[in-house]
Design a protein around this ligand. Structure first.
Ligand code: LLP
Length: 418
């Protein structure tokens, strides 16, 4: 077992953000997602200072985690929002964002929904010309398109969102037609967007993809004689899910992106353009743990440890083959010596949280801690098998605050005909 540590977790995993894990499980039950606000703010300030040389606008991708408490704290830290649809736009507004601090990057929304977003004063990165034309008489002040720069990278194929065989965005050639059409519909201001994939730990990829993106943007500018008010390079900034993997070198990454941007600016492009990034995972993934309880231990061929959470809460493992570190509160690193599988309560054999990992000689009732639970965990959770979603608790200074209740049968059945 690695002796490397996870942010804010004590060496024996019995304290998180200085609060005993068993205090939290006794007070709130399990499963619970516990956030460290300290780590969240550290992530935001690290990003801000990496990109400080050029004033980059940060828009948090709310799909990573839409808990309103977290979203409002992120907005209060001076961060804008990237929203995928009208409901995410509404959440951003309810959490304190101004319409001008929100950009929507929707996928296949109806004209009606696009219209509502536009009428709220929110800029839209349209996926393609046809989507823009559904609201051609009510376009937002700034019209932007999502470009596929021809390359993509993501930790898994399912989260690679540019390159070949992806449903997103348009080629540079189609973009020429799309901007021309927007201009004919009366658009006067333009933006341009890409999102190439998620959880990338290699700064060189950001160097290559932004170079392509900026160069495509200049070609479009030259061909149509338009200027871009913003260039939005999407998110994708990765975090390690394995304690032996190093973090993304964010300063080097930011340095490459800024160098590429300034190269074109020095050639006379992007004079009044904002540079925008849309991180989701980088801001919130390692600012939370998912704490569950060991409910069963089966000593068969494989030692199978059962938890009171599983793929209903954390689908990433079954969906992509993702890895999440697991620690058991109260044991030292030396005690991680038993090969074990970790499973949940769903009636499917995809419901493994880990296979063949080293764990201590655990006991029923021990708190099992699943790492990197801030991003794409509760936002992707379901009620499959009528298993509820976890409660959520924020550790903010000296306070622990319940920021989402456990779901109950009643809340799960709300909306059904009785
Ligand atoms: N902007 C757009 C338009 C996006 O589609 C996404 C994520 C982001 C920003 C934020 O990407 P991030 O910085 O978090 O990598 N459910 C998957 C991740 C899917 C990401 C999809 N788009 C997972 O669990 O890994």
């Amino acid at each position: 077992m690695s002796t490397l540590t996870y942010p804010d977790l004590s060496p024996n995993s019995d304290f998180y953000s200085d609060v005993p894990v068993t205090y939290l499980t006794k007070k709130y039950g399990t499963p619970i997602v516990v956030y460290s606000m300290k780590r969240l703010y550290e992530n935001i300030s690290r990003l801000k200072s990496a990109f400080a040389n050029h004033q980059v606008k940060i828009h948090y991708a709310v799909k990573a985690n839409y808990n309103p408490y977290m979203v409002s704290r992120i907005i209060n830290s001076g961060v804008g929002i990237d929203a995928a649809n009208l409901n995410e736009v509404r959440l951003a507004l309810l959490s304190g964002a101004k319409p001008s601090d929100i950009i929507a990057t929707p996928n296949n929304l109806s004209g009606n929904e696009l219209l509502k977003i536009s009428q709220l004063g929110v800029t839209i990165n349209f996926d393609h010309q046809g989507q823009m034309e559904t609201i051609k008489n009510h376009l937002p002040e700034t019209v932007s398109f999502r470009i596929n720069p021809g390359i993509g990278r993501g930790e898994f194929a399912g989260i690679t969102t540019a390159g070949h065989d992806v449903k997103f965005g348009i080629s540079p050639r189609d973009a020429l037609k799309a901007y021309d059409s927007a201009r004919k519909c009366g658009a006067k201001k333009f933006g341009i967007h890409m999102m190439t994939g998620s959880n990338v730990l290699d700064p060189e990829f950001f160097k290559e993809s932004t170079e392509r993106f900026f160069s495509i943007s200049c070609e479009i500018s030259d061909s149509l004689g338009i200027e871009f008010s913003f260039l939005d390079i999407g998110g994708g900034f990765g975090v390690p899910y394995d304690l032996s993997t190093g973090p993304l070198d964010i300063n080097r990454t930011a340095g490459y992106i800024e160098q590429n941007f300034l190269k074109y600016r020095n050639k006379g492009y992007f004079k009044d353009s904002d540079l925008i990034i849309e991180p989701g995972r980088y801001i919130i993934s390692d600012a939370a743990i998912l704490v569950s309880e060991i409910t069963s231990i089966k000593n068969s061929e494989h030692k199978i440890i059962g938890l009171d959470t599983g793929m209903n809460t954390l689908i990433r493992i079954a969906l992509y083959g993702a890895h999440h570190g697991i620690k058991i509160a109260g044991y030292s690193d030396q005690e991680y010596s038993n090969l074990s599988d970790v499973v949940g309560q769903v009636c499917e054999n995809t419901d493994y949280l880990a296979r063949n990992i080293l764990l201590p000689d655990v006991h029923i009732g021990d708190p099992a801690i699943i790492l990197n639970a801030g991003a794409y965990v509760s936002s992707m959770a379901s009620n499959y098998n009528l298993l509820g979603t976890p409660a959520e608790v924020a550790i903010d200074g000296n306070n622990d605050i319940l920021i989402r209740e456990h779901s109950t049968l009643d809340t799960m059945l709300g909306g059904f005909l009785k």
